[in-house]
Ligand binder design. Structure first.
Ligand SMILES: [Zn+2]
Length: 424
């Protein structure tokens, strides 16, 4: 099966950054030259679009022969797709240029699968081929490649084949981005250890509350993260109110947006992996995920509800979760979960229960952690939950990883152990 990794690439010094920029700029210059020639040939009935000059001589020293070939190939693909769309009457114009020399070129390149390597680890690295002239100029050894730092957790660290790497400068995010297509042999995927099930309740205060049919409960806390998100959002709003008329953004605002997004993505990626690894070792083969039901504190407005959605980017998280689950042969099923978050697991009432912060109480005597209870009720709707629940594992984010909090065992946060059997 075909998948892709996307990650940020960081040069380790200003010389390396300059080298990388020159490499991407020369790639764009090459693309523009090839494309210009093809456009000329296209207009001239005596010329053939596919017959173009030899560019390796002028660009090989900067880009390396294989990258010259990849850019040429990429351009050929663009023209081929233009012709096939034209045939269907859907063409939207000839292939375009990557910017221009006066206003700046779009910094981008394509690197052949054998001309780069990625080492995944605690400090991941990307090494790419550059032309001999650039190596000489920047003091790289004859066989040396340009070494770059990689940021972000890739979906796929193990694969059977890597495809052509796309590397570009993202003006919006002000960072270098890499897109790496990979092929994974399905025999490589892990198999579920058993066919157990689990259910998740997603929210903003607690990002994920999970109950497994094997009696485990996990709670990933989000309150601190959400508070920081709200602080950054307030700061963005303040800066926006200071902008001159007709301006919508500034460098500072973009950088805040970017940091806010990056923090969330990092925590989400790590959460998906931490959770799926735990579920895999529990023998889970199916995970049910409900839509957002977090009953927000009463003083929160409709507007903050919208912000919650924005913050957690549920769709993106579920996609990420499904992607990670796939590695372990676990399937993720999205189910509607209407009002399970307010349902009392003991008497079934949804009207009499009250939620105060994380605690759900019912006049029938039930008291438990609201989100964990919701995930348990949700699970019970999908399948039989027979066993009593172990002490919930509470996980906190420290900006790097999710780790078990010593507060895992506070008593009032457990769901009533008798509930599971009573509820059946
Ligand atoms: Zn009740």
């Amino acid at each position: 099966m075909k998948r892709a990794n996307t990650f940020d690439v960081i040069p380790q010094s200003s010389e390396d950054e300059e080298l990388l920029r020159r490499l991407l700029d020369a790639s764009a210059a090459l693309w523009n030259e090839i494309n210009y020639e093809r456009r000329e040939h296209y207009e001239d009935p005596d010329q053939d679009v596919w017959e173009i000059s030899e560019y390796r001589g002028r660009y090989g020293g900067t880009l390396g022969a294989s990258t010259v070939q990849q850019i040429e190939r990429k351009n050929r693909e663009a023209w081929r797709s233009f012709f096939s769309l034209k045939k269907k009457g859907e063409a939207n114009g000839k292939p375009g240029f990557w910017g221009n020399a006066e206003e700046g070129r779009e910094l981008r390149t394509y690197i052949r699968n054998t001309s780069y390597s990625v080492k995944w680890g605690k400090y991941s690295r990307l090494e790419i081929l550059v032309g001999q002239d650039l190596k000489d100029e920047y003091g790289l050894g004859h066989r040396e490649r340009l070494r770059l730092e990689v940021w972000g957790e890739p979906n796929w660290k193990e694969y059977d084949k890597q495809g052509r790497l796309e590397l570009c400068w993202d003006e919006q995010a002000r960072s270098f981005r890499a897109f790496q297509p990979v092929t994974i042999d399905t025999s490589r995927l892990a198999h579920p250890l058993a066919s157990e099930e689990a259910a998740l309740d997603l929210g903003a205060n607690n990002l994920v509350a999970c109950t497994t049919i094997t009696g485990q409960q996990y709670l990933y806390e989000g309150r601190d993260m959400f508070e920081r998100f709200r602080e950054t959002t307030r700061e963005i709003a303040r800066l926006q109110s200071l902008l001159e008329d007709g301006r919508y953004s500034s460098h500072r605002i973009r950088s805040l947006y970017r940091r806010r997004t990056r923090r969330r993505d990092h925590a989400q990626d790590a959460l998906a992996r931490d959770l799926i690894e735990r579920l895999h070792s529990e023998g889970i083969s199916t995970v049910y995920v409900g839509a957002l039901t977090d009953v927000l504190d009463t003083h929160w407005s409709v507007e903050s509800n919208a912000k919650t959605h924005n913050f957690w980017a549920f769709r993106q998280f579920i996609d990420r979760l499904a992607c990670t689950a796939e590695e372990y042969g676990i399937s993720v099923e999205v189910r509607s979960e209407a009002w399970t978050s307010q349902e009392c697991p003991q008497c079934g009432s949804t009207e009499r229960t009250t939620r105060h912060r994380d605690t759900l109480t019912c006049p029938c005597g039930f008291e438990g952690h609201a989100d964990l209870t919701a995930s348990e009720t949700f699970l019970r709707r999908q399948t039989d939950v027979a066993r009593s629940m172990a002490r919930p594992v509470r996980l906190k984010w420290n900006d790097h990883e999710w780790s078990e909090s010593p507060r895992s065992c506070s008593n009032e946060e457990r769901t009533n152990p008798q509930v599971a059997s009573v509820g059946r």
